[in-house]
Design a protein around this ligand. Structure first.
Ligand SMILES: [Zn+2]
Ligand SMILES: [Zn+2]
Length: 317
């Protein structure tokens, strides 16, 4: 049977995206931040060095879990012991560079998860801009032209650059440990979506145009029962909306809600972070181009109120 032109194009597209996804996936899998406790430890570390007990006081993490996560984050190259005081743990340069990712996700949660919180931001967004004093309101903007990145203005592989060939790392699923009911998790519920690597990869697929179950499964190498579970969670959280293209007989797809679309900047920042910080095969250039200015995508985090650059320097004491 001759493959239809549209089908061929779609398969070629899936193959292309698969490689890009591998790159961003590799970052999170290799660094293994995909865990709620690790996420909380790192976020606390933006405020400066912490001793063991200070992490327990600020995050409520059980001692045994903290020991395991600290070792893990040190092995991952995100945390280190302070050179002068070995009992203090602090972020490495790569860990500091995660500030953009964390503040953009906290910003998303502040606006879309708990909008009834009376303007009190979640996590890092409870802080104020160090330049103008306004509530933390970050944006990921293009270093070349200064405009905020939005999904449809970022093109994938528009030139003829060869696509980097990155192998998929094997991933152990931790789904069983994270069985939960989103409704019962209260304030932190959103973390179980954004700090879960499968969920973030399913969302990232959306921004690369992968909306069908089979395409997503093939691209990120996820078991079908786990994918079904994550799609169900994302639909329950109103981030994805099930959609049937071409009437009731058509193909089922999942599309982003407005709330889901708003995750674009943190998702893009995770890819840019990987580009800046991962070595070896994972540093292969990702040919993303900003359509507005035609330059390769390089981002920086700024305050929307005053345009001043935002980083974790002013959080540290
Ligand atoms: Zn400002
Ligand atoms: Zn630009």
């Amino acid at each position: 049977m001759v493959m239809r032109e549209g089908t061929k194009r779609r398969l070629a597209h899936v193959d292309l995206v698969r490689r890009y996804m591998a790159l961003s996936q590799a970052s999170w899998v290799q660094r293994q931040v995909g865990d709620v406790w690790s996420y909380k430890i790192l976020r606390q570390a933006f405020y400066g060095g912490h001793g063991f007990d200070a992490f327990i006081d600020t995050t409520g993490i059980p001692r045994g879990t903290l020991t395991a996560r600290l070792k893990h984050l040190i092995d991952s190259g995100l945390l280190q012991r302070n050179a002068d005081n070995r009992r203090q743990f602090e972020l490495t340069a790569a860990g500091q560079d995660l500030f953009g990712y964390f503040v953009l996700f906290d910003d998303w949660a502040s606006k879309w998860w708990m909008p009834e919180d009376n303007g009190q931001g979640i996590g890092l967004c409870a802080e104020n801009c160090a330049h103008c004093g306004a509530n933390m309101n970050p944006a990921l903007v293009c270093k070349s032209c200064g405009h905020e990145f939005i999904a449809r203005q970022v093109a994938v592989n528009p030139g003829n650059d060869p696509v980097p060939d990155v192998a998929f790392p094997a991933i152990a699923d931790n789904g069983r440990r994270q069985q939960y009911n989103i409704q019962n998790l209260g304030h932190d519920a959103w973390l179980y979506l954004t700090a879960d690597r499968w969920s973030t990869h399913v969302i990232a697929c959306q921004f690369f145009g992968l909306r069908r179950f089979n395409d997503i499964q093939q691209t990120i190498g996820i078991a079908s029962n786990i994918l079904a579970d994550r799609l169900q969670r994302l639909v329950a959280a109103a981030i994805l909306v099930p959609h049937t293209r071409g009437g009731t007989e058509g193909r089922a797809e999942y599309i982003l809600s407005v709330k889901g679309l708003a995750m674009y900047q943190p998702t893009l920042e995770s890819i840019l972070w990987a580009q800046r910080n991962l070595s070896g095969e994972h540093t292969a250039a990702l040919p993303l181009v900003h359509r507005l200015c035609g330059e390769p995508v390089r981002g920086t985090i700024v305050c929307k109120a005053c345009n001043g650059g935002l980083n974790s320097n002013h959080l540290r004491n």
